[in-house]
Design a protein around this ligand. Structure first.
Ligand code: 1CP
Length: 347
């Protein structure tokens, strides 16, 4: 069985499988070349041949144990009817949702597939193109994180517009979350039918949900998506990433049904081993900045995290996405260090 699937099934492996968030991206010259050929980022996402190519690039160059579909979490809002564009050097822009009319105007869960069909084609391409030992991960944004972009119309440091709608017009906010949740189930279902072997839910802004809000808007939607997908696809492994959840990572496997909980780099690996890993596989948590700085600090951090999490199922990864200023040689060094004889003591 593929190493990623073994870890997700709960096996403790001598060398954990490794892949990297944003492993297809601007730190790779070959990615920049293909993106230029596509014209712009969204055209790349919706071009199955080129999206397949950029997904495969980091597999060819580094030999990762898993490939992640090249797409973006903001394709779901677009399929629901939002306007979406990317401003070079700044990031995404979307039409905003400010009241009930914005939610009722969205398309239904069964009307998203025309827009998203090229993504499903990319998954089919990948399912046949990947080396037999490499697992294919599909993904979507979690409802809260997707809602933050749909409400604000852009990325926000503190998700203030989404919190304002949640606190000021809870019915509209909850209706929006439901619509995203339903669309996400259908979107991921199609990815699995097309050949995704694992799915990951990215809740990048989960950390700004506090108290009851975390339970209602991070845990509950993840639970609903995961249970529906597992009902349709028994045994489907799911990775959940409630980024910056802190103590909210504790019990997240059990509360949502996720097979693996991905952790960011604000929590310590030893703490994760004690409080999160007893419930199931964990993924993470190397600081992305090591991909820029490299050297001995990178080597010792890889060993420290590997060793701290060696007592249970672990998927090695960064705590968040690799940045465009990263050096590909440091990625190679991370992989080489991880795969060195596991008995070599950490220096
Ligand atoms: O210019 C470019 O080439 C665009 C940069 C880029 C890339 C490579 C964006 C814009 N998205 C992606 C691909 C992407 N996005 C993947 C592909 C697979 C891989 O990991 O290699 C994935 C899984 C995502 C997921 C994604 N998009 C998230 C969740 C994960 C995370 O990083 O927290 C989020 C929040 C987005 C939104 C988004 N898309 C792109 C940007 C710059 C952003 C962040 C915007 C912001 O809030 O500032």
């Amino acid at each position: 069985m593929k190493t990623l699937l073994r870890s997700l099934a709960g096996e403790t492996l001598p060398v954990p499988p490794i892949w990297m968030m944003r492993q297809a991206g601007r730190y790779l010259p070959e990615y920049k070349a293909t993106r230029a050929e596509a014209g712009d980022f969204l055209s790349l996402c919706y071009n199955p041949d080129l999206a397949t190519e950029v997904t495969l690039q980091p597999i060819r160059r580094f030999g990762f144990d898993a490939a992640i579909l090249f797409a973006d979490i903001l394709l779901v809002p677009q399929a629901l009817g939002a306007d979406l564009w990317f401003v070079t050097g700044e990031g995404p822009r979307l039409s905003t949702i400010t009241g009930p009319g914005g939610v009722t105007a969205l398309k239904g869960r069964d009307d998203i597939h025309d827009t998203l069909a090229p993504v499903y084609q990319t998954v089919r391409n990948l399912a046949s193109a990947l080396p037999s030992e490499v697992a294919l991960i599909g993904f979507a944004g979690a409802p809260w994180t997707v809602a933050t972009y749909m409400i604000a119309g852009r990325g926000t440091p503190d998700q203030a517009p989404a919190h304002a709608l949640k606190d000021g017009d809870r019915a509209t906010f909850e209706a929006l979350l439901d619509r995203i949740t339903e669309a996400t189930i259908e979107y991921l279902d199609q990815q699995v039918q097309a050949g995704a072997e694992v799915v990951k839910l990215f809740d990048s802004w989960a950390g700004s949900l506090k108290g009851d809000d975390f339970a209602k808007y991070a845990v509950a939607p993840a639970k609903r998506i995961i249970s529906e997908l597992k009902a349709r696809h028994p045994g489907l492994p799911v990775i959940a990433f409630p980024r910056e959840a802190g103590d909210g990572y504790i019990g997240f496997h059990a509360a949502t049904g996720a097979d693996c909980v991905a952790v960011d780099d604000s929590v310590d690996a030893a703490w994760v081993a004690e409080h999160v890993q007893p419930d199931g596989c964990v993924q993470g948590n190397l600081e992305s900045s090591h991909m820029v700085t490299g050297g001995d600090a990178l080597v010792s951090e890889v060993r420290r995290i590997r060793d701290a999490l060696s007592g249970g199922p672990h998927v090695f990864n960064l705590g968040h996405g690799i940045t465009p200023d990263a050096d590909p040689d440091n990625v190679a060094l991370m992989i080489e260090t991880l795969r060195e004889t596991a008995s070599v003591p950490a220096s």
